[in-house]
Ligand binder design. Structure first.
Ligand code: ZN
Ligand code: ZN
Ligand code: FE
Length: 783
């Protein structure tokens, strides 16, 4: 019997061919297995019984990281021609349908190899095997073979070559396989690029020296897997503060890498699911709850006043060796200047990070593309990605109804882009905020990179509706150059579509209630939206409820300084200048801080009266900011969401049922049939003002959060629908999302939120690509 078998999915770079080889040996099958751009192709010959067993095994079993999407078997004419089973060399085919694997954290066996002083890979920082090591960050083209990776310039020594060709070996066809004799090696320089040569020779000498530097409070730029990282002793307050000052990163929390799971337990509580995440092949930064009395001695400025800490475990041999040597946690943050892309090139790193790091731990294995660390947390018992990059990109989101090639250019902040093709939406790694030249050029580069790697030629391009975004301008130009349609999707609808796409929700029979809450999104009426309740299906939406609009005096300035938004709301609550002046003065006295001189107050008031530089908004993020200001946040923010986070973190202790009361929020009926119902919140502001006289911010903040969760419940009950989708950056608020989900579920609603893409704007490109598919399929409802 002869058959041709095609297997598609994540089947390259995961030891799939040796796995097939072993199954063939076990079942006395002759023929060959080959990697093609389509996936894996098997030519099998054997007795009917052996063939049956072989096929059954192929369908039932798989190597640890393989993901099978399609299995197809075709009978061939019965003329047998093989005497053995071979793994043959890759050959290229016209269209790639194979999936590219993300970078995988060091496996336990390789970890043992580098710590085994008798083995030939002792202290070798580039050790890997078929089950682990770099993939996406070193691939130059497909199919995945060594000559098409950044390992091409290294030639195997006889021992590595033997491993590579031996199907019984764990390193069989491990493309980046290497050892100290033949592979990449470390280098150490100072910030001027001058080489340092430690007394102890080799990579071990360098690692020991770097550990010493860290111990001594120095800042190290380390060339990691998907780019440079900046390291400092996480226990050393002065070192961490120096890192912050030099990097111009004021208060945004930093993540720490701990030597081991056990050492991390001294700082944070780790559930079994969180433990699994930390130890997984994607090895992300996991946001974990800090212990009340931690014993790890983490410096305060790692994450100021934050009840959670981002923690990761070593994920490359270099990290393992370094952290084993230091035996203390290190801050590990992206090696970039504030808001710029992460550095990947040695010379570039010296240039860009020379003023931040004291020493550079580099190596000569090139990084093909930048991939940041992923960030994950557990929400209502399930994994939720907050930043999707290393360990996940470029794996697709699967949706069987996707059948078009669409390019989606994503959102303005936390940008990712997406490309779709038959059954898959491929999301790029996290790119960043499109606010400077460097990030914008990374954005265009990553799009071109994905297009060529995946060999997708878009039939249409989808962008946000905001006419001024660089991502929109790009899409318009791209569509014109290629003569393809350009579509745009309203931002908050795209958030909800990302949930529909991810969970493959069927919206034909019944729509869903989309709750899309965030900081900024361009509205259909030109206002800045952000507290939207949408009656949605996979093709259209209706905005049914939203906050009563308020104002952003000074526009961008109001985003930076939340008290401005509050002062604007005070204006709406006042009948004239004197009553506004009384309200603002009361606030200023309370916090003993004068925001405006009497003259400036007049100007501020006039600005509001005449609507000068005061855009209208319904942003929930900005309402959070205003309430945070009301409760005492009287400075300017150093990073997005800081004010609302500080309000969330003010909630301490457990809920006291006796205090379970809510503020007044009223949903007003729409003024016209096409207008949304408006949420009136001025009374709530008055009530909070009154509460401030007698209650703690902890209680007020909890009450405010509970009020919003009940608002969602109330809207869900009014809608008459059974399914609710929560999306948008505001739902990064841990208390709010868990409370909302719990309330809705307890009342019988089915709740969906983003899990495998970020709930923030990092997930927008998924919603956009999905929209493009729906639109190009002739508006036919599918799911
Ligand atoms: Zn390994
Ligand atoms: Zn070697
Ligand atoms: Fe958003």
């Amino acid at each position: 019997m002869r058959k041709k078998i095609f297997i598609r999915g994540v089947v390259q770079g995961v030891g799939y061919r040796p796995f097939v080889y072993r199954l063939a040996q076990e079942n006395k099958i002759r023929g060959w297995v080959n990697n093609s751009s389509h996936g894996v192709e098997v030519h099998a010959e054997g007795s009917p019984e052996n063939m049956q067993n072989f096929e059954r095994d192929l369908q039932k079993k798989k190597p640890p990281f393989a993901v099978i999407h399609e299995f197809e078997s075709v009978s061939l004419e019965d003329t047998e021609s093989f005497t053995d089973f071979k793994i043959i060399q890759s050959r290229e085919e016209e269209k790639a349908t194979v999936l590219i694997l993300p970078d995988l954290a060091t496996c336990p066996e390789c970890r043992q190899d580098i710590l085994d002083s008798a083995g030939r890979r002792y202290f070798y920082p580039f050790t890997n095997c078929t089950n682990c090591g770099p993939r996406f960050s070193i691939i130059r083209g497909l199919p995945y073979d060594r000559p098409k990776t950044t390992m091409a310039e290294f030639t195997f020594c006889p021992e590595c070559e033997e491993e590579y060709h031996n199907p019984e070996n764990r390193r069989f066809h491990a493309q980046p396989n290497a050892c100290a004799c033949c592979g990449p090696s470390l280098s150490l320089t100072d910030s001027a690029g001058m080489s340092l040569v430690p007394e102890e020779p080799g990579d071990a000498g360098i690692i020991h020296k770097v550990a010493e530097f860290l111990q001594g409070g120095k800042i190290i730029a380390l060339k990691g897997l998907g780019g440079y990282q900046l390291l400092a002793d996480a226990r050393n307050e002065e070192a961490v503060r120096t890192l912050r000052e030099r990097k111009h990163r004021e208060r945004k929390p930093l993540a720490a890498m701990f030597p081991s799971l056990e050492s991390a337990r001294a700082e944070v509580s780790i559930s079994p699911l969180e433990e699994e995440l930390l130890l997984s092949a994607s090895a992300p930064i996991v946001l974990l709850e800090r212990k009340q009395t931690p014993e790890s001695g983490i410096a305060p400025s790692v994450a100021f006043g934050n009840p959670r800490l981002g923690i990761m475990l070593p994920y490359t041999p270099l990290h393992h060796l370094l952290l084993t040597t230091t035996d203390f946690p290190v801050v590990a943050t992206s090696g970039n200047l504030s808001n710029e892309p992460i550095c990947i090139d040695n010379a570039e790193a010296l240039r860009e990070l020379g003023s931040i790091a004291d020493f550079f731990l580099s190596h000569n294995r090139p990084i093909e593309r930048a991939v940041d660390d992923s960030v994950v947390k557990i929400v209502s018992g399930e994994i939720s990605l907050l930043r999707r990059a290393r360990g996940h990109a470029p794996l697709p989101i699967r949706n069987p109804h996707v059948n078009r090639c669409i390019l989606a250019t994503g959102a303005h902040l936390k940008n990712t882009v997406a490309l779709s093709r038959r059954g898959n939406i491929f999301l790029s790694q996290h790119i960043g905020d499109l606010e400077n030249e460097k990030t914008y050029s990374a954005f265009t580069r990553i799009m071109a990179d994905l297009e060529s790697l995946l060999e997708i030629t878009p039939e249409a391009v989808v962008s946000d509706k905001h006419p001024g975004y660089l991502s929109t301008e790009f899409a318009i130009r791209y569509a014109r150059e290629r003569n393809i349609p350009h579509l745009s999707v309203q931002h908050h609808y795209a958030h909800i579509l990302s949930v529909i796409a991810e969970h493959r929700l069927d919206t034909r029979e019944e729509k869903i209630l989309g709750v899309s809450w965030d900081g900024t999104g361009y509205g259909d009426d030109g206002d800045i939206w952000g507290s939207e309740f949408l009656l949605a299906d996979s093709g259209s939406y209706e905005r049914i409820i939203s906050l009563e609009p308020f104002f952003l005096p000074g526009s961008e300035k109001a985003v930076k300084e939340p008290w401005r938004v509050l002062f604007g709301i005070f204006r709406q609550m006042s009948s004239d200048y004197d009553s506004w002046d009384a309200l603002t003065t009361r606030w200023e006295r309370r916090y003993e801080k004068i925001m405006l001189t009497p003259a400036d107050k007049k100007i501020f008031y006039t600005m509001l009266e005449k609507n000068l530089r005061t855009p209208r908004t319904t942003s929930m993020g900005r309402l959070f900011d205003a309430v945070s200001a009301l409760c005492g946040f009287n400075g300017s923010i150093s990073h997005e969401g800081e004010a609302s986070m500080s309000l969330e973190y003010a909630i301490t202790g457990n809920e006291n049922p006796a205090e379970e009361s809510l503020y007044s929020l009223q949903i007003l009926e729409p003024e016209t049939p096409s207008a949304p119902g408006r949420i009136r919140f001025h009374k709530m502001i008055e009530e909070i003002l009154a509460d401030l006289e007698t209650r703690s911010v902890a209680i007020i903040s909890r009450k405010f959060h509970n009020t919003l969760a009940h608002l969602i419940l109330q809207a869900a009950q009014r809608s008459g629908l059974r399914r609710v989708a929560l999306s948008g950056g505001v739902f990064q608020n841990h208390y709010l999302i868990e409370k909302s989900i719990a309330l809705l579920r307890a009342t019988g609603f089915t709740v969906y939120t983003n899990r495998s893409v970020p709930v923030n704007d990092g997930g927008i490109s998924l919603g956009q690509a999905f929209y493009g598919n729906r639109h190009l399929s002739g508006g036919i409802e599918f799911t």
